[in-house]
Design a protein around this ligand. Sequence first.
Ligand code: SAM
Length: 289
Amino acid sequence: MNDDERSMAGRPGTGRVGQVKEVTSLSNPIIKDIKALSNKKDREESGTFMAEGLKLVIDALELGWTIRTLVYAKAAKGKPLVEQVAAKTVARGGLVLEVSEKVLSSVTRRDNPQMVVGIFEQQWQRLEDLHPEQGQTFVALDRVRDPGNLGTIIRTADAAGASGVILVGESTDPFSLETVRATMGSIFAMPLYRAVPNDFLAWSRKSGGQIVATHLAGSVDYRTIDYRKKPTILLMGNEQSGLPEQLAGAADRLARIPQEGRADSLNLAVATAVMLFEARRHLLALEAK
Ligand code: SAM
């Protein structure tokens, strides 16, 4: 916290006079703009997205994400942590809205909304600037469709110590409300990259890493792969159709997770978790030596 933020946080309600707007009307134009963020087109045009919950907003500010607007419920007024994030938002040039519960419910489309919502600028990293290092693991997802799967994968990649998630081809939006919810805050911790398949392949050839693609017809048991000799890019296929030949054919290893039972495949997020924690197990074993 800088001096401005500290002085404002220390005097609840003061220092922000005139900078906190009270909103009770659903037809307020700023509220309409925030509600429009449920559409991908509006998120792309504004380059912003919405995240719910005080802890998430605090974490995002600590990690240096740019907040455009902070929205909090009237009932949260005066709570020290809410006052602190409001002060930080103002000090960083953002807008603070104090709203009725009805407005907050309509913004989040929930009956029992979180008390605090933040509108943040989206952050994408440039794949051409990514130079994987020894011991790092990345997840590359081919045309991931399901927001819940993508959110769970971002959360799991964070928990498994991965260094980034690369979206290959036309994918669901990581900044949709559903995906952000499913990441449980990891959206702010996990670097995100995107590329069309040809650019991804061109990058991976120069990256110095090994592509370990997962495939139901994979010839290699995923446990026998050496995840330590090079940085690893775990390449996962689309939920319906799996990996196309263009991507599978470019892999250094085609891995299979042996299964029992009647299901012909694992859920994409589950398969990604299995791969990530196997890679982590290998890397931790190396550290322990
Ligand atoms: N019908 C699809 C197919 O034929 O590939 C199933 C796709 S599966 C739901 C989604 C992705 O999870 C797959 O493309 C693969 O990357 C990964 N996957 C799921 N189960 C797997 C397994 N047993 N072995 C290797 N990869 C698996």
